[in-house]
Design a binder for this molecule. Structure first.
Ligand SMILES: Nc1ncnc2c1ncn2[C@@H]1O[C@H](COP(=O)(O)OP(=O)(O)OP(=O)(O)O)[C@@H](O)[C@H]1O
Ligand SMILES: [Mg+2]
Length: 298
């Protein structure tokens, strides 16, 4: 990655925080229905490597309400995974804060469960059922029969009852992802964090998984924070879409998606073009800065 940007140089580029992001559909601080479930405020996250200070996200703010399907979309390297890891409590922001139900996030917890892109997130020596039961037991959430029943309930929800006693190597990539989703859901977390969970699937399986996730949401109304760099996926899955600018990620816009089931409508196509243009415009705007930002002595 050549576009390392220190916080200092980014501040110089964007003045006092850069241009204001476009917010449509509800205000950023809309908490009319009570406090937001997840409140991300002014979050800058940096990685320190041996020679560089890399700013992954810069003063990102958004609020996720109960039952939101909140999708973060942005180009590769804009800090989506970084942001999700910070919400998961695996990384601490350099500035700003993240609160869940008003409580500052300082470490990982069973109230925030993560589903990753990789297929190998299951324990290979455990069956599907054992994989789903495992976090229930280790966190002390449930034990014995109660844990098994809870696990089987969610395994059924992802339509894998017949594979409860199979091992991960006996499953397809899509099935493994469904186990990972069942494992996350079984903990009944306050918020499910999903980092491009369908990105490595073939197109057909991906579409089916998206449909299944939406059906599951219809039934359980969980809150999900979903990361993708696919605009159509963001429009289909999201109720709310946060658009991040290229590296380092800043909030470009926060918008409502189209209503459920209308991802093939003209309105969805127009929204897709609008999102695409916002990302593309950013690349054009950034081009003149690129040589000077990387030039020696600056
Ligand atoms: N452990 C790390 N050490 C140093 N830099 C890192 C580390 N992890 C990520 N980065 C850098 O932080 C920036 C954001 O990375 P991140 O993985 O969050 O992007 P992303 O939006 O998830 O990208 P993608 O869509 O490709 O998954 C990138 O410039 C990346 O190189
Ligand atoms: Mg990522």
């Amino acid at each position: 990655m050549t576009s390392d940007t220190t916080l200092a140089s980014k501040s110089a580029l964007s003045g006092s925080g850069g241009s204001k992001p476009a917010v449509r559909g509800r205000a950023l601080n809309d908490s009319a229905a009570g406090q937001p479930l997840l409140d991300v405020r002014g979050v800058t996250i940096q990685y320190k490597t041996q020679h560089h200070l890399i700013t992954a996200t810069y003063r990102v703010g958004f609020q996720v309400l109960q039952g939101d399907r909140f999708v973060v979309v942005g180009p590769s390297g804009c800090g989506k995974s970084t942001l999700l890891k910070a919400v998961g409590g695996y990384l601490a922001p350099t500035e700003g804060e993240i609160r869940l139900k008003g409580e500052l996030i300082t470490r990982p917890g069973p109230d925030r469960l993560m589903v990753f892109q990789e297929f190998d997130q299951l324990l290979p020596w455990m069956t599907v059922l054992e994989n789903v039961v495992f976090p229930l037991k280790t966190t002390g959430t449930l034990h014995g029969k109660a844990a098994t029943e809870r696990a089987m309930h969610y395994i059924e929800k992802v339509k894998l009852t017949d594979f409860a006693n199979s091992y991960p190597h006996m499953l397809s990539g899509g099935m493994k992802q469904r186990v990972a989703i069942a494992r996350g859901m079984a903990m009944e977390p306050d918020i499910l964090l999903m980092d491009e969970p369908f990105a490595a699937l073939d197109a057909l399986t991906r579409t089916r998984m998206q449909d299944e996730l939406l059906l599951l949401w219809d039934e359980i109304r969980f809150t999900v924070l979903f990361v993708t760099h696919s605009i159509p996926e963001a429009i289909k899955l999201g109720s709310r879409i946060l658009l991040l600018s290229p590296h380092p990620g800043q909030v470009k816009a926060e918008i409502n998606s189209v209503p459920r089931g209308q991802e093939n409508s003209n309105e969805a196509a127009a929204l897709g073009r609008e999102i695409h243009d916002m990302l593309f415009a950013d690349q054009i705007e950034e081009a003149p800065h690129a040589p000077s930002a990387n030039a020696p002595g600056h």
